[in-house]
Design a protein around this ligand. Structure first.
Ligand code: PEP
Ligand code: MN
Length: 346
């Protein structure tokens, strides 16, 4: 880190240096200017960086403390050739140039017939992972909150029937074990991105986790949240861009396409892109999905419903099966074109 002092006395500079050398492994390097003294601090303080940073900030004479290293050491990209590939089962792998994984299914699991009808359409169209919510976070009360354990069993059985890995949301730490028993991938929803007890609980299992970016979270916030999971020993984290709140008035959220290459530049973790929640309107989702593939998403996440007018959640953003089937073909063309573009760099 860099510590800046303005108009500080020798005694104040010395006190700051003494505080730095109290940390094993840290040495201050002092640079004296006319008005400003800068102390560079290099070394590893194993998790005590934030404490030291906050304490130095409050010391007399100190005007600014800048952190140079990132707080997400485990999630950070170290070498472009060392990117995480998450194996989600049934032969599907996500990240580092593996074929685009297409996660699709209804927002909520509503019945066995509903899920099977949609799942068969998703599989026939080339979808690779079946999604469906059994536990649904709802902004307003008195809305459909999912079928719970019954829904989980339907998802598991239909996943087995169709030989597809499955993804579903887990909302509470005490449900992690149950959801992990039934689903291939645990989804941490946008509203729970900073539920730290939940992050630790999904970090304690070894199932793949799709971590959705919070509605008001920055990319660094998302990477710090991922760090909590990685820190507990679960390396199987996929980051999901699902749109954030801005001042858009015609789309449900702002689909953060630029964040896909940005995250790839910062982290080795695979990126999933969810235009369904990002856009919120069926007719605009395909174009944005294609843009996400072109921007380098490792996986696409789409809501599909055969009767969206009867859906119990997110009907307006659910693609019809035919629309989904066409979009899968289009995305495969873009994936191929992107691979050709990448080959030009080599
Ligand atoms: C969902 O995937 O249906 C969902 C609730 O997503 P998010 O957490 O991104 O709102
Ligand atoms: Mn939804």
């Amino acid at each position: 880190m860099i510590v800046k002092l303005a108009g500080a006395s020798e005694a104040q500079i010395q006190t700051v240096c003494d505080r730095i050398t109290q940390e094993p492994g840290l040495t201050p390097h002092i640079e004296r200017g006319v008005a400003l003294t800068v102390i560079a601090v290099i070394g590893n303080v194993n998790g005590r960086c934030q404490i030291l940073l906050d304490q130095l900030q409050s010391m007399p004479g100190v005007t600014e403390v800048q952190r140079i290293g990132k707080p997400y050491q485990l999630a950070a990209l170290k070498d472009d050739r060392l990117r995480t590939v998450v194996d989600v089962g049934n032969g599907v792998r996500i990240g580092n140039g593996e074929p685009l994984a297409i996660v699709a299914g209804p927002c909520s699991i509503e019945s066995e017939v509903q899920l099977r009808t949609i799942a068969q359409a998703v599989r026939a169209a080339g979808g690779t992972i079946l999604r469906g919510g059994a536990y649904k976070p709802r902004t307003a009360p008195r809305c459909f909150e999912g079928l719970g354990e019954d829904g989980l069993k339907m998802l598991r059985d239909i996943g087995v029937e169709l030989d597809m890995p499955t993804q579903t949301e887990v909302m509470r730490p005490d449900l992690v074990e149950l959801v992990a028993e039934h689903a291939s991938i645990l989804q941490v929803g946008a509203r729970n991105m900073q539920n730290f007890d939940l992050l630790k609980a999904v970090g304690d299992v070894r199932k793949p986790v799709v971590l959705k970016r919070g509605l008001a979270a920055t990319i660094d916030d998302l990477l710090c949240a991922a760090e909590h999971i990685l820190d507990r020993g679960n390396p199987n984290v996929i980051l999901c861009e699902r749109g954030i709140k801005t001042f858009e008035d015609h789309t449900r959220n702002t689909a953060t396409i630029a964040s896909i290459p940005a995250i790839h530049g910062l982290s080795h973790l695979p990126v999933m892109f969810d235009p369904s929640h990002g856009v919120g309107k069926r007719q605009w989702i395909p174009d944005v999905a294609i843009a996400g593939v072109a921007a380098g998403a490792d996986s696409l996440h789409l809501e599909v419903h055969h009767q969206p007018e009867k859906a119990l959640s997110d009907g307006p953003q659910s693609l019809l099966p035919d629309q989904f089937a066409l979009l899968v073909q289009q995305m495969r063309i873009i994936e191929e074109a992107r691979n050709q573009c990448l080959a030009l760099h080599m």
